[in-house]
Design a protein around this ligand. Structure first.
Ligand SMILES: [Zn+2]
Ligand SMILES: [Zn+2]
Length: 240
């Protein structure tokens, strides 16, 4: 699997917000600015067939309408696009379309082949989403409920935004590498911190790629250079 970190930053940084693209065709979250980033890299945008949404915050969903509008406007809407996310994700995307005042939402919906899978509270394994095995795992993001992390093909884990919780541990345990929310120096109920990530690498002895980084956290991690915690730039690609 080819994994590209489109974004590794938090809202307040110059870095793109956390966003992960796998094999050019499955993407975890679409923060504001994602579409432009992909276009700048000359990606074949219509290859993206699956969007996994971790939760409804704007720095994870903001560009979904821009993406759909773009794909539609270039007449590349023949493939089915699957959007998986928390219960209410379809309605949330309608609300975003309305907020952005894109009047062609109905036309897009009627003509594009969009399939929504809305997650219930329990963890779910979906065996064949455009030939991927996708597991959704409930995580803990303060008052923003529900929030999910994902495991793709038993290989790559993505925690989404989360404090340390059973769900995060399950993701790390069952993946080869995890891309983990490491926003803070010290974790709280909304986001993990360096302390939580250290705990996870010691317990599970697996590499973690830090994302959703605030600048202070990024600097500290770069200075400390801790084995098995990777701090990378936007656009970092690896094979697993
Ligand atoms: Zn969030
Ligand atoms: Zn976030």
């Amino acid at each position: 699997m080819k994994v590209e970190l489109i974004g590794t930053g938090a809202i307040y940084t110059k870095y793109n917000s956390a966003c992960t693209l796998i094999n050019d065709n499955i993407i975890v979250d679409m923060p504001n600015g994602t579409l432009k980033q992909l276009l700048k890299k000359n990606y074949n945008i219509e290859k993206i067939r699956t969007i996994l949404v971790t939760h409804m915050h704007g720095d994870h969903t903001g560009d979904i309408p821009f993406f759909l509008k773009h794909v539609y406007s270039f007449n590349k809407f023949k493939n089915e696009i699957v959007i998986i996310g928390p219960k209410g994700i379809e309605n949330q995307i309608v609300k975003l379309f309305n907020a952005y005042r894109f009047e062609d939402r109905k036309e897009i919906e009627e003509n594009m082949n969009i399939k929504y899978i809305e997650l219930e509270q329990e963890n779910l394994t979906i065996k064949d989403i455009n030939s991927y095995k996708v597991q959704s795992i409930l995580v803990s993001h303060g008052e923003e409920k529900p929030a999910y992390g994902y495991i793709i093909n038993d290989t790559v884990g993505v925690t989404g935004d989360s404090g340390i919780c059973d769900g995060v541990e399950e993701i790390v345990k069952n993946s080869k590498t995890t891309i983990a929310d490491t926003s803070l120096l010290e974790g709280d109920s909304c986001h993990m911190g360096i302390d939580n990530i250290k705990y996870l690498i010691e317990k599970y002895q697996k590499p973690i790629i830090a994302t959703h980084l605030r600048d202070t956290t990024r600097e500290r991690l770069k200075n400390d250079n801790i084995e098995n915690i990777l701090v990378v730039e936007d656009g970092y690609i690896f094979e697993i």
